[in-house]
Each structure stands twice: as C-alpha cells, then as structure tokens.
Design a protein around this ligand. Structure first.
Ligand code: AMP
Length: 193
C-alpha cells in the first residue's frame, strides 16, 4: 500500500487517547513510507494525523472543497493541497488517490465517508481494505449496529469482513497490507447468490 486515505474527526474528542492514536497512526504511516490522503484540515484528529506524518518525513495530500470550510481550517504545510468543487468531488478524488481507507474516531462527516467506502466495497466498486481504528472501543456501537443489521436480515454476514475493526494501529496496517477482498456475493437476499 502506497497511499491511505484517513477519515477522522475535525474535533479532537474528549480523551487524549484519540489524539494519541491519530499521532501514532501518522508516525507509523511515515515510517512505512505510506502517504496520507485526507480532507486537508489542520484541526482535530485530522490535523494531528497530518502533522505526525509530516513531522516524520512523510507525504500528505489534502483534498478540500473550495469555499465550504473557513479558510483558517486549511492545513498550510501539506505536501500537496488540492481544491475541488464540492464534497462529492472530494470523496471521489480521495478514493481514487488511495489504496485503502482508515477511519479514526470522528462524527457525522467521518461516519459518512466510512460508510460510503464500505458500501462501495460491498458493491464491488473497489477491492481496497477499509480499516477502522477502534480506539478506546469508540467504534463498538457501530460494530454492534452492523451485527444487528445482519440479524435483522439487511446485510450478509460475509460483508462484515469488508471492514477491519482493530484497536492497534500497527496491527491494522499489517492486516490492511495482507487484505484480499472476499469473493463478491450478491448482497440481495431475494436474488440468486
Ligand atoms: P466530522 O467527523 O464530522 O468531524 O467530519 C470529519 C470528516 O469530514 C473528515 O474526514 C473530512 O473529510 C470532513 N470534514 C469535516 N470538517 C472538516 C473541516 N473543517 N475541514 C476539512 N474537512 C472536514
């Protein structure tokens, strides 16, 4: 994997462990020569992961929609900063540039980005790994919700494997490097597999 797109909170969260995890992930990516692709902000966990990659000699590409966020949020020290027309273009470009995705803790923006790439994996639009850095069990409620969707018959259990939940950043990067997408099963229960 040469480039990973990281989705992360534009807030830092109330526990220092969230920020530490973002910094540790950035350090590891730089050490492994993996470039960071992300939303281009200097604030919250987004800023922390970018700063950690840069501080350790790594490369960072930020992709931001023109005019949507106030200018002072943009990270001014990135290797490359690309402005696009809107959120749809941003997500398409971030996705296209990357060999895999990681979600750090975050809010609605992070969830939306995570679920988009996960649902694209389910449809076979891409075969890239989707990692979820489960810092302090932050993502346990989402893991529970996904299991609930399987029990309720809205999702195939095999598609749970499209998302790699892991609390340790180094382990997650290793799992992503070794990942091969599962054989595509039709996701619709009413149609033949
Ligand atoms: P949230 O989890 O709601 O804080 O949103 C974080 C995600 O949404 C990031 O991965 C970004 O792609 C996008 N986003 C939200 N706020 C910003 C911001 N201030 N600057 C850049 N991107 C942002």
């Amino acid at each position: 994997m040469n480039k990973i797109c990281v989705f992360a909170g534009s807030n830092a969260g109330v526990s220092p462990e969230y920020g530490q995890a973002a910094t540790e992930l950035g350090q590891l990516m730089a050490a492994k020569g993996i470039e960071l692709v992300y939303g281009g902000s200097r604030i919250g966990l987004m800023g922390l992961v970018a700063d950690a990659v840069l501080a350790n000699g790594g490369r960072v590409t930020g992709v931001m929609p023109r005019g949507l966020f106030i200018g002072e949020m943009a990270h001014k020290g990135l290797t490359e900063f690309i402005e696009v027309g809107n959120m749809h273009e941003r997500k398409a470009l971030m996705s296209e540039l990357s060999d895999g995705y990681i979600a750090l803790p975050g809010g609605l923006g992070t969830f939306e980005e995570l679920f988009e790439v996960a649902s694209w994996a389910q449809l076979g639009i891409h075969k890239k790994p989707v990692g979820i850095l489960n810092v302090k069990g932050f993502y346990q409620p989402i893991a529970d919700m996904l299991n609930h969707a399987v029990s309720a018959g809205f999702m195939r259990d095999t598609n749970l494997g499209l998302m790699l939940f892991e609390a340790n950043a180094a382990v997650l990067l290793d799992q992503m490097a070794a990942y091969t997408a599962p054989e595509q099963a039709n996701k619709w229960a009413e149609l033949p597999k």
